[in-house]
Write a protein that binds this ligand. Structure first.
Ligand code: SAM
Length: 274
């Protein structure tokens, strides 16, 4: 993993009082902002979608490449500031809740959306689960997240962070933990460390015969009580003999199972089972 980028000077005067309910921790460090933009490396023809542009710190850096940006921002009070700031850019702003937004509206072709965002911590997990259902229109995603969420996205089997988020992301995306960002890079400073992650949808599906919806339900049950055995968590839907036939020890915990073992279990279940 590359090192945390060198910090630079503070970026802009704070004209807007940050709102906690919208998870507003604005990027405030030019060194970090430039490092994120370099990592994303937008090209003029890219279809870039930014979730939560805030006061435009990252947006401004991304615009240097000459790309067009479509942004989804829930806070109405930031709209006029953003529109003034980017009046001479190819900027389309949607005043909307990203969790309710129809991302299909933004796509012109298969795998064309480059989705980026310093995501508000309170919506990051549900938003990632939503975007995982739109992978055919997504080229890549770069997010700033709480480091603990990046650890979960990038976890391997046997790791304490391996769970529903890791499995359902890694089944269809390559996950890369790019670098960490300290609290001092934001205004106001969050209490936790942050990190940048890249999620890259795979060009061909791994075991497409395994329904992602069914896998999601199975994984939710298997990890429902992490300290319990698989036998206990899956008692109502799958028996010991079936698990043993698949080479899976019913006395193990779900966090020891690989992605393929979870897919094997899921394929054993009929649609009606869960
Ligand atoms: N991109 C800016 C930056 O890096 O300085 C702001 C990042 S701040 C962590 C998160 C931004 O997401 C805020 O501007 C906030 O208003 C916006 N936001 C919060 N919840 C949202 C939602 N459900 N849909 C769209 N935007 C949201």
């Amino acid at each position: 993993m590359p090192k945390t980028p060198k910090r630079g000077g503070a970026s802009r005067p704070k004209t807007h009082a940050p709102r906690k309910r919208f998870g507003q921790n604005f990027l405030n460090d030019q060194g970090v902002i430039a490092a994120i933009a370099r990592t994303i490396n937008p090209h003029p023809e890219d279809n870039v979608v930014e979730i939560g542009p805030g006061q435009g710190a990252l947006t401004d850096a991304l615009f240097e490449s000459g790309c067009a940006i479509k942004a989804i921002e829930i806070d109405r009070d930031l709209q006029s500031q953003l529109r003034v700031m980017f009046f001479n850019r190819d900027f389309t702003l949607f005043n909307y809740d990203a969790l309710k937004f129809d991302f299909n509206e933004l796509s012109n072709a298969d795998h064309d959306l480059r989705i980026v965002g310093n995501l508000p911590y309170n919506i990051s997990t549900p938003l990632i689960f939503k975007l995982l259902t739109h992978l055919p229109i997504i080229r890549d995603m770069h997010f700033m997240l709480q480091k603990e969420v990046v650890d979960r996205l990038a976890a391997s089997p046997g790791n304490k962070h391996w769970g529903r988020l890791s499995v359902m992301t890694q089944v269809d995306c390559d996950v890369e933990h790019l670098f960490d960002v300290p609290p001092e890079a934001f205004y106001p400073q969050p209490k936790v460390q942050s990190a940048i992650v890249r999620l890259m949808p795979r060009s061909s599906a791994h075991r497409p015969e395994c329904s992602r919806e069914q896998l999601g339900k199975l994984v939710q049950l298997a990890f429902a009580q992490r300290r319990k055995t698989l036998r206990n968590n899956l008692r109502s839907i799958i028996d010991d003999t079936t698990m043993q036939r698949l080479g899976i020890d019913p006395a193990c915990r779900a966090e020891t199972l690989t992605l393929d073992q979870l897919m094997d279990l899921s394929l054993e279940l009929s649609e009606a089972a869960i």
